[in-house]
Design a protein around this ligand. Structure first.
Ligand code: HEC
Length: 192
């Protein structure tokens, strides 16, 4: 009985020292692999030329867009219904954000979201105009929409932004409308 106890005690000791030995080797293997992972990490971050962890693949696209549609602060324009290059630039940006999906980037009625609509979005370069066109007609349509079509009302946009859109349309269309500036000003002052 005591013999077998001693034996098994001895056996345990032996096993312990054996597994200690294994653990030591395991520890070295572990330290090695950690060192390797660390070195690899340093290599990727600091040395490898092709990988930049801060890389943003969308950055170049956004850059070209913002360069092309550079925005202008028009909040101090006193009479936004009077033709003005800054307003056209601001309008171009708003058009790209709100209208181009249907009317196309250049207003030719070929935006991706407009293909299946009936009637399709108007080619704003060609016209014609259901509401008379010109500053008064376009402003009215942008503000109220065109019932019976997918042309929605954009009355929630600030008045100066709607005028900017009108001025952008005026800058791209061949179907310009001759208007008396006094009448436009009169309309603008009473319009919402
Ligand atoms: C969901 C698609 C869609 C979006 C977005 C859209 N439109 Fe339209 N637009 C239309 C459709 C459809 C018509 C009507 C075409 C027709 O009646 O022949 C139209 C017509 C027009 C007209 C012609 C008005 C007239 O008197 O005939 C103007 C101007 C216009 N849109 C400007 C804009 C502007 C500016 C924006 C952005 C603020 C815009 N649209 C956003 C679909 C759209």
């Amino acid at each position: 009985m005591s013999d077998s106890q001693n034996q098994s005690g001895h056996g345990n000791k032996k096993e312990n020292s054996k597994s200690d030995h294994h653990n030591e080797a395991g520890m070295w293997a572990f330290l090695f692999s950690m060192a390797f992972v660390f070195a690899f990490f340093i290599y990727i971050v600091a040395i490898h030329p092709g990988i930049d962890l801060k890389e943003n693949i969308h950055a170049p696209v956004v850059e070209t867009q913002s360069a092309a549609d550079e925005d202008v602060d028009v909040s101090k324009v006193a009479e936004p219904w009077v033709a003005n290059d800054d307003m056209v630039k601001h309008g171009k940006k708003l058009f790209a954000q709100n209208c181009a999906m249907c009317h196309g980037a250049e207003g030719k009625g070929d935006g991706p979201a407009g293909q299946a609509l009936n009637p399709p979005p108007r080619n704003l370069v060609e016209g014609p105009w259901k509401k008379g066109g010109g500053f008064v007609g376009w402003y009215t349509v942008v503000t109220e929409g065109l019932p019976g079509t997918s042309m929605a009302a954009y009355g929630h946009l600030k008045s100066v932004d709607r005028w900017a859109l009108v001025q952008f349309i005026d800058s791209i269309t061949n179907a310009k409308v001759k208007e008396d500036p006094k009448k436009v000003a009169e309309f603008a002052k009473s319009a919402k």
